[in-house]
Design a protein around this ligand. Structure first.
Ligand SMILES: *Cc1c(COP(=O)(O)O)cnc(C)c1O
Length: 485
């Protein structure tokens, strides 16, 4: 039985429209003239712009073929760790595309946007319920902007308490955006190393937490795909010295309905609607990174805030302690509508099941592949698992070689060389939307690649072989991009 899916090794060739065009070829027939000729003024005539001359079928085939070169979630699995490239049901696009939403102008007064404001207010309360936190702002446009918003809230909180602090503790297993967000607020990010099993230990935090530290940023599950088990104890240590605890909940897709984030001691938490709540992403957005806070930080949230008074919803700006605006209007509303549609269509039980299946799929991959690839942290994982190229290095085959070869098997490479704490990392996030058959195909591909590493390392070192372009010079591609050819 042939179980391959999508393309493995088709080479597409597509000339530019300029190369395909022939003088005089046209995509339409102009009716013959039935009025007297009126010559154009001399300064309006000339050779005209350099447009290719093509028939309709030339143009249709050109663009149809180009569209088929897309490797995307609608055609294939994208196992990028930390990115949560799940399949997004089309119905959410349809709901967000309803004319009443699409045609709503952002400058409409609240009195004419009651339905939309009600949906956004309900979404805020759903997210509060899912996380256990007390108040939510949907405004930040992405996870990293949610972090920035959180750091501004930390800053505002300490300022309101009449003090200023200069440092933020960031574990080595935090997402890379965390120290960057802290630095943007002029905080110095202080690294703390995770313990041997990849989990942050309270003792390590206790050693460096002091009264010049504004707080800690914890990614949970962390970038090793592991659950931080000591968050509560760590939060107590940080709180005892007057600090705050930030939770990076971009990967809440592993914990929905299972972990009460508020009870674990967090003061601020951001979510990525475009990961956990099924909005397509990649290619730069748009996204949404709502920020959830405990009651004592609510007054610092960005404005405007959605407030219900009697039966009517209002957008209120008069919060004197607010950090201000993070985004024009109320953020990326289209993304919020898709997340709302997703949450309502799933219901609480199914959201919990999403997390259970995401974790089950990652653990299945981890167990099935741990003989083939080195598994640096051999313990139950959450929604993703991290391997290395340690076993293949003996054959001079690296992580990069293996994932380039994976393309010949028709798979998008997983995230590689991240997290930085793992040498030669291969980070795979299957998500709950992939079937066992697809996971088995990915496993079989890695097994076959590992066998090739032993028998014919050069095949991997020179991969990919079946893609349209072979191995790229990535340094030149970044330094001297050629966007035209
Ligand atoms: C994806 C991710 C981010 C950043 O989110 P963006 O929307 O890309 O800015 C932050 N933290 C973690 C843990 C992530 O997985």
């Amino acid at each position: 039985m042939n179980t391959a899916e999508g393309s493995t090794g088709l080479k597409f060739n597509e000339p530019l429209l300029w190369e395909r065009g022939r003088p005089g070829r046209m995509g339409l027939s102009v009716p013959s003239r039935d009025v007297a000729a009126a010559p154009l003024a001399a300064d309006l005539t000339g050779p005209g712009p350099d447009f290719p001359e093509l028939s309709e079928v030339d143009v249709v085939r050109h663009y149809s073929r180009l569209s088929q070169w897309n490797y995307c979630i609608d055609t294939h699995m994208v196992p990028l760790g930390s990115c949560t490239m799940k399949y997004n049901p089309k119905t959410h696009e349809r709901q967000a595309g309803l004319t009443g939403f699409c045609a709503a102008h952002p400058l409409l007064p609240a009195s004419l946007s009651q339905g939309l404001l009600q949906i956004l207010a309900e979404l805020e309360s759903f997210l509060a319920e899912i996380t256990g936190m007390n108040a939510v702002s949907l405004q930040p446009a992405a996870g990293a902007q949610g972090e920035l918003c959180g750091m501004l809230i930390f800053h505002a909180y300490h300022r309101a308490a009449g003090r200023q602090r200069s440092k933020i503790i960031v574990p080595d297993t935090a997402h890379g955006t965390n120290p960057a967000s802290a630095a943007l607020c002029n905080y110095q990010a202080v690294k703390v190393e995770s313990g041997e099993n990849g989990i942050l230990l309270p003792e390590a935090v206790a050693q460096i937490m002091d009264e010049d530290t504004a707080g800690i940023m914890l990614t949970n599950p962390n970038t090793l795909g592991l659950f931080e088990e000591h968050v509560r104890a760590i939060a107590d240590i940080v709180h005892a010295k007057g600090g705050l605890v930030y939770g990076d909940g971009a990967n809440m897709n592993a914990l929905m309905g299972v972990v009460d984030m508020a009870a674990s001691g967090l003061d601020v938490l951001h979510l990525n609607l475009h990961k956990t709540f099924a909005t397509p992403h990649g290619g730069g957005g748009p996204g949404a990174g709502p920020v959830c806070v405990k009651k004592h930080l609510e007054r610092f949230l960005p404005v405007p805030r959605i407030v219900k008074k009697g039966k009517a919803f209002h957008l209120r700006e008069d919060y004197p302690d607010s950090i201000g605006r993070m985004h024009a209007f109320y953020g990326n509303v289209g993304v919020m509508l898709k997340a709302y549609s997703y949450i309502v269509s799933m219901g609480a039980d199914n959201l919990k099941k999403v997390s259970e299946l995401a974790v089950l799929n990652a653990n299945y991959l981890k167990e099935r592949l741990k003989e083939t690839l080195d598994l640096p942290y051999d313990r139950p994982c959450m929604h993703e698992c991290v391997f290395t190229d340690k076993q293949q290095r003996a054959h001079k085959v690296t992580t990069l070689d293996m994932v380039k070869r994976l393309m010949d098997y028709g798979f998008h490479p997983p995230t590689i060389y991240f997290p930085l704490v793992v040498n030669g990392a291969i980070m795979i996030e299957p998500t709950e939307t992939e079937s066992k058959e697809t996971l088995d195909r990915l496993i079989a591909a890695f097994q076959s690649i590992a066998a090739e590493a032993e028998q014919n390392p050069e095949l991997l070192q020179t991969a990919p072989h079946h893609s349209r372009v072979r191995r790229l010079d990535e340094t030149s591609a970044a330094r001297k991009p050629c966007l035209a050819g």
